[in-house]
Unconditional design. Structure first.
Ligand SMILES: Cc1cc2nc3c(=O)[nH]c(=O)nc-3n(C[C@H](O)[C@H](O)[C@H](O)COP(=O)(O)OP(=O)(O)OC[C@H]3O[C@@H](n4cnc5c(N)ncnc54)[C@H](O)[C@@H]3O)c2cc1C
Length: 335
């Protein structure tokens, strides 16, 4: 196996373009586990750990938070910005595996590995995150500038602009080749069980998350067999805003209930615009149970998953009401 060790983003993207069948290795916690259980080993392996530009957490003008692909679960769980503005993501990162796995495993690996049980994905869905994908590609027409449509993209733009300038100088006779990027809503990134929209020449650069409003309440709940080293039997992320006892924003996503991490769109639509009452909570839990089709597997049964996901929703709505206080009486009995 040939191992490639880029130390800068331009080297990484060049190596990726030249070796489309190479595997990318970030923390290696999924990749190596797959090899140990008989998975196919690639001829080329590209290590992401030396690429400093991928390891960051930054806030842009109080509007977006951008997390680099190789930020580890430990770093995300302990980061004060994430804990304050994206608490459900911090809770999810803290729930991953064990300290050793959290110190090695990255947000990029968790997303691209595309497990239906990936802990970080449901919170990222409810926070309306975009995955930022970059490649070293041909740009047939001018202008030759790094592509990004989002105003929140300063870290990638500056990194890629610098990289593009350097590489245009280096790649003789190939001045049209520049770095390109695209942003994909994370709930559209998954195309099926363990498959994604990532092209063979692309790398996940970062995740961009709009900063939620201050009145937003968000939580992540995970049911596993044990407290540590446990993949979710079922997980639920919720984000809600309640104004005058009426739900104005509802974001819900679940893990391990479908082939992909699932946005619970029907339940979100059902909740939006309604007053929080005990009967609403009962109906929403029932709606959720009807809208998922979990499977039986080694970790759990379909019936248990369906039942317990509804219970997690009841718990989330009760917690939201207690946090927001006013309608707490309505659902306190649901906990
Ligand atoms: C003992 C154990 C316990 C675990 N517990 C949990 C758990 O509780 N919850 C959970 O969600 N997961 C768990 N995992 C799975 C794993 O730790 C996480 O999914 C982790 O986030 C993967 O990140 P990584 O950096 O190690 O990925 P890697 O193994 O390096 O990569 C995983 C996949 O993503 C691709 N990839 C990585 N980075 C990029 C990038 N920037 N661009 C494009 N492709 C990329 C790789 O090519 C590979 O296909 C566990 C794993 C182990 C071994």
């Amino acid at each position: 196996m040939k191992i490639i060790t880029p130390t800068a983003i331009e080297e990484l993207l060049t190596a990726r373009a030249a070796n489309p069948d190479a595997a990318l290795l970030a923390g290696g916690t999924d990749l190596l586990a797959g090899w140990h259980s008989g998975g196919r080993r690639p001829e080329h392996l590209i290590l992401l750990g030396g690429v400093r530009e991928l390891d960051f957490i930054s806030v842009r003008g109080n509007r977006t938070i951008e997390i680099g692909a190789t930020a580890t679960h430990s770093r995300i769980a302990s980061n004060s910005i994430i804990r304050r503005f994206l608490p459900a993501l911090a809770e999810a990162a803290l729930s991953v595996g064990s300290p050793a796995v959290r110190n090695m495993g990255t947000i990029g690996g968790n997303i691209v590995n595309a497990s239906p049980a990936a802990d970080l994905v449901p919170p990222l869905i409810v926070y309306n995150a975009l995955v930022r994908l970059v490649s070293f590609g041909a740009m047939p027409t001018s202008p030759a500038k790094p592509v990004s449509t989002s105003p929140s993209s300063i870290p990638m733009e500056s990194v890629l602009a610098r990289s593009a300038r350097k590489s245009r100088g280096k790649v003789r006779g190939d001045a049209q080749r520049i770095f390109a990027g695209r942003d994909v809503p994370i709930d559209r990134f998954y195309t099926g069980y363990k498959t994604t929209d990532l092209r063979k020449d692309e790398v996940l650069f970062s995740v961009v998350i709009p900063v939620p409003s201050r009145s937003s309440f968000a939580r992540y709940y995970k049911l596993g067999t044990r407290k540590a080293q446990s993949i979710a039997k079922v997980s639920l992320a919720g984000r809600i805003e309640i104004v005058d006892e009426v739900i104005s924003v509802a974001g819900l996503a679940a893990g391990s209930v479908a082939p992909i991490p699932l946005r619970l769109r029907a339940v979100e639509d059902f909740l939006r615009g309604k007053r929080v009452t005990e009967s609403l909570v009962d109906c929403a839990a029932e709606e959720l149970r009807l809208s998922i089709a979990p499977i039986d597997d080694v970790r759990s049964t379909s019936a248990y998953r369906r039942f317990v996901t509804g219970s997690l929703l009841r718990r989330f709505l009760a917690d939201a009401c207690v946090a927001g206080d006013a309608p707490a009486r309505a659902v306190r009995g649901s906990r």
